[in-house]
Design a protein around this ligand. Structure first.
Ligand code: ADP
Ligand code: MG
Length: 484
């Protein structure tokens, strides 16, 4: 747990996150209008979405199933009865003058998320609730110098608002939470998790308290931060801002702030409204939502293997280190790629190659698993050559580079370039004898106790064999020779 050092002592961050996740569905929460991203403005608006008088909302069953699926993926209670409420406020992009949301009786109650931290440890963060609500439209201020336009394509699109307990204590933990939540949503295929396109948006709630204090301080909320990196930066900035105020004897005003990405600071937007400001009341157009137990059971029975289970299986089945397993399961495509490489091979070796050289190369080339120049089979072929001692791990690195640039198979490169490892004792011994004979002074020093010279001999002999001597055999033989 990280504390912040102030002038008068240490401070602890308390962070709770609200995430708005757009549900993957073809049509909106209460209308048949399409939800596809990038359509021309107002091309996907039904009369319900535009708030025409007399229009009635009709619930989209797919959205309900998606919320239940997400709830189950978050190991949360599913509320068999929930209620839709009107949250009243005025805004140009909200034609109805209210948003249909859920307030006192959300569809999903308490759950949890397991964070995978960089040191390999895990930590549980509580989920307070998940409720369904409509998205608002979008005001466009940049289309005309003196007018604002409204695009209602997004109005009425189904969102899940996922609220965490104030269980996080650092920017790193908040980042780990978002990554894990996004992974779960993507595994479940209930939200694409794309923060740049706004299909996952995060509000950060943060308060500070002195180390050792257990009650909560007054929080500020930073609205709609649209990348994990920005969330972490906003937290770092906001924590220092609050500590400075508190140490100067001031008070934190509960307010809504925004993160200015160019200035790298949070700025006050408005004082925080409370629930009663919204005059919530049950939407008279909608009956309470009562779930069919069979539907819930059915979704539960067909849940995919989720990141935590996959991680546990990777650890037990392939003997991976917890951190490597977390890295591999963080995205479904990397987990699938790894399993293809590891199938029938040494799992640890496969994990080292996938998370090390392979991810490194993708990074350098600006590629993803989907656009990778190297298939899982091709990488597997390289690993086979290491496992059966055809090449050493050292030579494998060169072969790997050559595979990337030429697209050739590992075995072909090894044959063409004559890179087969020398496992012939006679040949290795011959090289050892030559090097020892050429360095009598060093041999004498070694024998008088300068152990470090062993590495020097290994280096020289490797060089003389073009890096092809089998390292284990070379070590054994060299030791024997030097003892003689
Ligand atoms: P709203 O922001 O809509 O009023 P809530 O009261 O449910 O909603 O709180 C929203 C978020 O703020 C939750 O994630 C919660 O964990 C977090 N939170 C509440 N109090 C604090 C606090 N004192 N410090 C930090 N986070 C807090
Ligand atoms: Mg809030």
């Amino acid at each position: 747990m990280a504390y912040i050092q102030g002038n008068t002592g240490e401070w602890e961050m308390v962070i709770g996150l609200e995430v708005h996740a757009q549900i993957i569905s073809n049509s909106k929460l209460f209308s048949g209008a399409a939800t596809e991203f990038g359509a021309a403005p107002n091309a996907q608006v039904s009369l319900v979405d535009a708030g025409f008088p007399g229009m009635l909302p009709v619930i989209n069953e797919i959205c309900i199933e998606q919320a239940v699926r997400t709830g189950l993926g978050l190991k949360a209670e599913i509320n068999m009865t929930s209620v839709f409420d009107r949250k009243n406020y005025f805004y140009a992009d909200l034609p109805n003058g209210y948003q249909i949301s859920q307030f006192t009786q959300p569809i999903v109650g308490k759950g949890e998320i397991l964070l995978d931290l960089a040191d390999g440890s895990t930590q549980t963060v509580g989920i307070t609730r998940l409720h369904l609500e409509q998205d608002a439209g979008k005001s466009m201020h940049d289309q005309s110098p003196n007018e604002t336009y409204v695009d209602l394509n997004r109005a009425g699109v189904a969102l899940m608002e996922i609220v965490s307990e104030p269980d996080m204590r650092s920017g790193e933990e908040a980042g780990a939470y978002l990554k894990k939540l996004r992974a779960i949503l993507r595994y479940l295929e209930t939200c694409d998790g794309n923060m740049e396109e706004g299909s996952m948006r995060c509000d950060v709630n943060l308060s500070m308290r002195r180390k050792g204090v257990t009650t909560l301080g007054t929080r500020c909320e930073i609205k709609n931060v649209n990348s994990i990196r920005f969330v972490q930066q906003a937290i770092e900035f906001e924590a220092v801002r609050q500590v400075e105020i508190l140490e100067a004897g001031g008070e934190i005003k509960q307010e809504t702030r925004l993160w200015d990405t160019t200035k790298g600071e949070t700025r006050s937007m408005r004082s925080k409204e409370d629930a009663h400001d919204y005059r919530y009341f049950p939407d008279p157009d909608l009956l309470p939502l009562v779930l069919d137990p069979k539907m819930v059971a059915d979704i539960k029975a067909h849940l995919p293997e989720l990141p935590d289970d996959k991680r546990a299986r990777f650890i037990s089945e392939y003997g991976l280190k917890p951190y490597d397993a977390s890295v591999l399961v963080a995205e479904k495509p990397s987990a699938e790629f790894f399993e293809k490489v590891a199938k029938g091979r040494d799992g640890k070796l496969a994990a080292n190659w996938v998370t090390g050289d392979f991810f490194g190369a993708l990074n350098k080339l600006g590629k993803t698993i989907e656009t990778s120049p190297l298939s899982a089979d091709a990488l597997g072929g390289l690993i086979d050559l290491i496992s059966d001692n055809t090449i050493s791990g050292r030579i494998a690195k060169d072969v790997f580079e050559e595979m990337l640039s030429s697209g050739k198979a590992a075995a072909q490169i090894v044959e063409e370039k004559g890179l087969r490892q020398v496992t012939d004792t006679g040949a290795i011994e011959k090289s050892i004898d030559e090097i020892l004979a050429a360095n009598p002074d060093k041999v004498a020093e070694y024998k008088s106790g300068k152990d470090k010279l062993f590495g020097f001999f290994v280096g020289q002999i490797m060089k003389s064999t073009g890096g092809k001597a089998n390292p284990a055999m070379l070590n054994d033989l060299l030791k024997k020779k030097l003892l003689a």
